[in-house]
Design a protein around this ligand. Structure first.
Ligand code: ZN
Ligand code: ZN
Length: 350
């Protein structure tokens, strides 16, 4: 089978390797689509902090936002069968440690990371991909495999929204218009809330409107507090999803927060935030929660996608064939890119 791997900063190659055989508890998936994540761009360019600190080492078979068809299953697999359409987690637990034995895969001591840092599980920019049954989920028939490749970023945003009590009378602010920010928009819109999106890129803000946001605020053109109050009749945000990871945004989160607001911090901070206005956090009695991926979120969001169209495909700004994987990862000006999807093989008709 053909696989693409990053061999050094800004260098990649296609190689031919043997198609793996699934062990008893494993599933072999024929990959149809795989999204390109911000992490993939950074690992490919070598600019990722993980490369600099030696946590990620070349060669890396990238790709963790995949969807595909079960091609073959191990003898002990019962959950899926060949032909089923599936997605899977972005990490692989060891299956042996005390936490795994208790089914608590989040706390596995031997976790491997799909297509990213060491210990690295071979990623999905490949014709076929192996995964243990416990990390693979069957999709409902009404979700296309292309849209299913968006499950992973959606599951990250869901880590934040599931810890909030978003209701139709809530004001929700989302900061950031990347795939996770726009996923957060979709999830908050789904709850019927008024959702306002703060960003700097007009093209991406327009996508938020197409996905059902009530309003957009370009923070380079207006003051976010004044603008939010104008749009909401004087209200500030009850729930805030910070999905951009710029350390300077933290004080904006605090400024746009209503009394007793809950804010989920989903972006990684490459630089430590300084001079955070914690006295206002206290005065407003805010709750700040940090969000990482969690076992179970991927399966939960695949079910949400099946229940209602969340217009997630608006986020797909480019689709490229597998042969152009290296070019897709090398794009430097990503001002118009939300999500690029690599098509690895044709999705069979149901
Ligand atoms: Zn990702
Ligand atoms: Zn384990």
């Amino acid at each position: 089978m053909k696989v693409f791997h990053a061999t050094a900063p800004k260098q990649g190659a296609f190689i031919e390797v043997d198609t793996p055989k699934p062990a008893a508890d494993q599933i072999l998936v024929k990959i149809c689509y795989c999204g390109v994540c911000g992490t993939d761009y950074d690992l490919f360019s070598g600019e990722s902090s993980f490369v600099k600190t030696g946590k990620a080492t070349y060669p890396i078979r990238l790709g963790h936002e995949w969807s595909g068809i079960v091609a073959e299953v191990g003898d002990a697999v019962t959950k899926v069968k060949p032909g089923n359409r599936v997605v899977g987690d972005n990490y692989v637990s060891c299956g042996k440690c005390a936490a795994c034995q208790a089914g608590d895969y989040n706390n596995c001591t031997g976790r491997m990371h799909v297509g990213t840092i060491d210990p690295c599980w071979n990623g999905a920019f490949a014709e076929y991909f192996l995964m243990p049954e416990r990390h693979v989920y069957k999709l409902a028939d009404n979700i296309s495999l292309k849209e299913a490749a968006l499950c992973e970023p959606l599951s990250v945003a869901y880590g934040g929204t599931k810890k909030m009590n978003i209701r139709p009378d809530s004001i929700v602010a989302v900061i950031g218009t990347g795939p996770i920010g726009l996923s957060a928009v979709a999830l908050a819109v789904r709850e019927g809330a008024q959702v306002y999106v703060l960003g700097r890129n007009d093209k991406k803000l327009q996508i938020a409107l197409k996905m059902g946001a009530s309003g957009i605020i370009n923070v380079q053109k207006c003051d976010p507090v004044a603008c939010l109050k104008e749009k909401t009749g004087g209200r500030l945000a009850d729930y805030i999803l910070e999905c951009c990871g710029n350390e300077q945004v933290l004080n904006e989160v605090i400024r746009i927060a209503a009394q007793k607001a809950v804010a989920a911090l989903i972006g990684f901070y490459n630089n430590a935030p300084k001079e955070v206005d914690f006295s206002t956090v206290v005065e407003k009695e805010m709750t700040l929660i940090g969000i990482m991926g969690e076992y179970g979120n991927l399966e939960a969001v695949s079910k949400l996608m099946a229940e209602k169209d969340m217009k997630l495909s608006e986020m797909i700004t480019a689709e490229r064939p597998f042969d152009e994987c290296g070019e897709a990862l090398s794009v430097e000006d990503r001002s118009g890119v939300v999500k690029t999807i690599i098509k690895i093989s044709e999705e069979p008709a149901l």
